[in-house]
Write a protein that binds this ligand. Structure first.
Ligand code: NAD
Ligand code: WQD
Length: 332
């Protein structure tokens, strides 16, 4: 079976390709390389001994999509392509709507044309907004505090509308919590351009000495140590969750499934810094500074539905997340 992976050269997509290939699927990647490089696919091939096919192109380009669906007999699509920086989305909202919403609509239209109705979509725990209660179950009310979050809400809704518009769609909307870590080989990992927005790549760059200190955004939250609490999930666990979601979709007649991919465990910013100190053997200096606007105090997943529906649960703990991220960060 051939699976189209949009955004497959990116962080989560590349790790998921490894898991897909190891589960016996053939992969074709569509990526415009706006936030990645094609060398990532060579690194994937070093891990799996199979190079995925690669089409460099944009999900917004209808002609590219039509050619691709003609050239390959695609069984299902895993849709990762999109822009993901929360801060940037407030500066460039139109770019986010264009890429994430218009791009998704183009892709789903091309799938419809080609008669491919099996889809796994990268949603985000950001759709829960500021949690009203924890852990976050899938029926928690949705809201969005920034344009990026809005694009995820819109695409979730677009899929629901599409699902009800005709029979036969098999879709999984996967809401990721905080993906971190890297493949244990150290050959692929997260490679943010410029200053990292997310905590763990920033911490990793402080550990290598590339940046002087971590700024810890807020120590006055109502959490055990006052710093923000999140559900960090190892990217290889996340990748395996996609394989399970794909298998699930392939065996149902039609369904619109929405599940959290998280660990259900909650760690603070300081917990993560200390785990990274253990992994790296380095002291990680930090300053306690003001809260980052728009941040929430705490967020973690209710994982029951993912286990019930997919038989999947995350297995790797924060030390493994940090050890693998450090191996990637210190690659030669
Ligand atoms: P990433 O930026 O590493 O990967 C996205 C890939 O998509 C990149 O390779 C980029 O070049 C490509 N891309 C972007 N726009 C494209 C377009 N128009 N056409 C073709 N390719 C395009 O991001 P990631 O962390 O791997 O995230 C993957 C998906 O998961 C995104 O949809 C993101 O919103 C979602 N997500 C990420 C996180 C996270 O914290 N990383 C959390 C929740 C959800
Ligand atoms: C984690 C914690 C920060 C950086 C974001 C998106 C979300 C999803 C995942 C895509 C928070 C603190 C951070 C730093 C810090 N992405 N922090 N110093 O904000 O939970 O989620 O990525 O869907 O939509 O919002 O992740 O890694 O930025 O922050 O103290 O330099 O680390 O305040 O408590 P976040 P993050």
């Amino acid at each position: 079976m051939t699976i189209l992976v949009t955004g497959g050269a990116g962080f989560i997509g590349s790790h998921t390709i490894v898991a897909l290939q190891q589960a016996g699927y053939r992969v074709v990647v569509l990526d415009n390389l706006c936030n990645s490089t094609a060398a990532v696919l060579d690194a994937v091939a070093k891990i799996t001994s199979v190079k995925p096919d690669f089409v460099q192109g944009d999900i917004r380009n209808a002609a590219t999509l039509a050619t691709l669906f003609d050239a390959y007999k695609i069984t299902a699509v895993l849709h990762f392509a999109g822009l993901k920086a929360v801060g940037e989305s407030t500066q460039k909202p139109l770019a986010y709507y264009d890429n994430n919403v218009h791009g998704s609509a183009q892709l789903f239209g091309a799938m419809q044309q080609a008669g491919v109705k099996t889809l796994v979509f990268s949603s985000s725990a950001t759709v829960y907004g500021d949690p009203q209660h924890l852990p976050l179950a899938e029926d928690h009310p949705r809201s969005a505090a920034n344009p990026y979050g809005h694009t995820k809400l819109v695409v979730e809704d677009m899929l629901e509308n599409l699902y009800h518009s005709e029979a036969g769609w098999r879709m999984a909307r996967l809401r990721y919590f905080n993906p971190v870590g890297a493949h244990p080989s150290g050959l692929i990992g997260e490679a943010p351009q410029g200053v990292p927005n997310n905590l763990m790549p920033y911490v990793a760059q402080v550990a290598t000495g590339r940046r002087p200190k971590v700024q810890v955004y807020g120590n006055d939250y109502n959490t055990p140590d006052g710093t923000g609490v999140r559900d960090y999930i190892h990217v290889m666990d996340l990748a395996q969750g996609h394989v399970q979601a794909l298998k699930y979709c392939l065996q149902v007649e039609q369904e619109l499934l929405t599940v959290n991919l998280g660990t259900g465990k909650a760690y603070s910013v300081l917990d993560m810094i200390h785990a990274f100190e253990q992994a790296s053997g380095k002291t990680i200096p930090y300053d306690l500074v003001a809260r980052r606007p728009g941040d929430i105090a705490a967020c973690w997943a209710d994982t029951a539905l993912a286990y019930q529906k997919l038989g999947w649960r995350a297995e790797k703990g924060i030390q493994e997340m940090c050890n693998d991220a450090w191996r990637w960060e210190t690659r030669s």
